[in-house]
Design a binder for this molecule. Structure first.
Ligand code: GLU
Length: 374
């Protein structure tokens, strides 16, 4: 094997996706409090090592079905939406309780597919997640089932987890599951099936190992996990499928428990940069001084202090061109401020932003993750 396996403990930012069967006890349709507490302890241990953790948790519908008498096998979309409206309160409460036991604040975010596809909503969701992580919170995300019509549904939280990982440029996505990874065939009916500890590239052959989605209300199954793997690795994020049922499942993974790692695609991170550099027409220009130009070439973010002039009309998240005083284009990126605000903070130190605008925005006018030097 060429690349070393990813390590959770060495990651900067991870997303952990947790399915309904792990969160909800099938017998009494209540949250599995002890298990949740063990996950919260793992999350706290990772945070103590400097790893930022985002949780994507299912379970809203499962937590409400019994109370609402909706135990028929298949629910209509409206019934699922109603059940989610009831169960999400309990789900968020269970996480808040578990994380509080570790002195951590839980933060609830409910997203739809639209939030990951519409650029402005995407940037807003991303900015909020970034702020929550800066504040030391543990975001707990679920699909906003109550408003998600068929067209704007993720439909399954594996894919939601992958989109979130992509959105916040996570290093790793962990899908906690009832299996410890991908096998070459279904081990229940093929004795020759072999466990794969690492998948370097998601080929058609690997996709074929996913089989058909399972019946029932759980929307998961190996196929959706492989689709999630394709999204995550394509965005430069490693993904693991690991056993979730045991207590302390994340610690087990840190300690080397059996799982399947999907390695990030080489071109993943650069794809986003290509998109910024090539596919978006700049709506404005930031003219920078020589010091900022040098800093950009070294890979730094663009700070307001180095901006001399702001031209054009653009909103936060819009593409802008970065030029030197002679008009040479140095870089392209996404502005963290509207044109008007950018004009007001241009030339100022980042710690003066709050006094100038009346609110504390990002220190960078264009963050290096959103910047391509030409
Ligand atoms: N969002 C759904 C719920 O909370 C679950 C979707 C899934 O498990 O993939 O019940």
């Amino acid at each position: 094997m060429t690349a070393p396996l990813p390590s959770l403990a060495a990651a900067r930012r991870i997303v952990v996706k947790i399915g309904s069967a792990l969160v909800v006890d099938e017998q009494d349709a209540a949250p599995r409090a002890r298990w949740l507490a063990s996950v919260a302890a793992d999350v706290a241990a990772l945070r103590a090592r400097g790893v930022e953790v985002v949780i994507v948790s299912s379970g809203a519908i499962a937590l409400a079905r019994r109370a609402l008498g909706l135990t028929r096998r298949k629910l209509r979309l409206e019934e699922k939406q109603a059940a989610a409206a009831v169960g999400q309160i309990r789900l968020a409460g269970a996480w808040a309780e578990a994380l509080k036991g570790q002195g951590l604040n839980a933060a609830q975010l409910l997203l739809t597919l639209e939030d990951s596809e519409d650029r402005r909503r995407y940037l807003n969701a991303r900015a909020t997640l970034g702020t929550l992580l800066d504040l030391g919170c543990i975001p707990v995300i679920n699909e906003n089932d109550t408003v998600a019509t068929t067209e704007i549904r993720f439909g399954d939280n594996d894919r939601l987890g992958a989109r979130v990982a992509e959105m916040i440029a996570a290093d790793a996505l962990v899908l906690l599951s009832d299996i410890d990874g991908l096998d070459t065939a279904d081990p229940r009916n093929d004795p020759g099936a072999a466990h794969l500890p690492v998948v370097e590239r998601i080929t058609d052959e690997i996709m074929a190992m996913g089989g058909e989605p399972p019946p029932g209300y759980s929307s998961g199954g190996m196929r959706t996990k492989l689709i999630a793997a394709r999204i995550a690795t394509g965005a430069g994020c490693a993904m693991a499928i690991a056993l979730g049922k045991r207590d302390h499942p994340l610690q087990a993974l840190v300690d080397g428990a059996r799982c399947t790692w999907f390695l990030p695609a080489e071109e993943g991170r650069s794809a986003r940069k290509r998109w910024i550099a090539g596919s978006l027409a700049p709506l404005g220009t930031l003219v920078v001084d020589a010091g900022a130009a040098r800093a950009l070439k070294r890979g730094s973010s663009l700070l307001p202090a180095g901006v001399r002039q702001v031209d054009g009309q653009f909103h936060r998240g819009d593409p802008v061109s970065v030029r030197d005083a002679e008009g040479r284009e140095l870089a392209r990126g996404l502005s963290a401020y509207d044109a008007e605000d950018a004009r007001r903070i241009a030339g100022s130190r980042s710690d003066a932003i709050e006094a100038i605008l009346g609110w504390r925005g990002r220190d960078e006018i264009v963050h290096r993750d959103d910047l391509v030097v030409l």
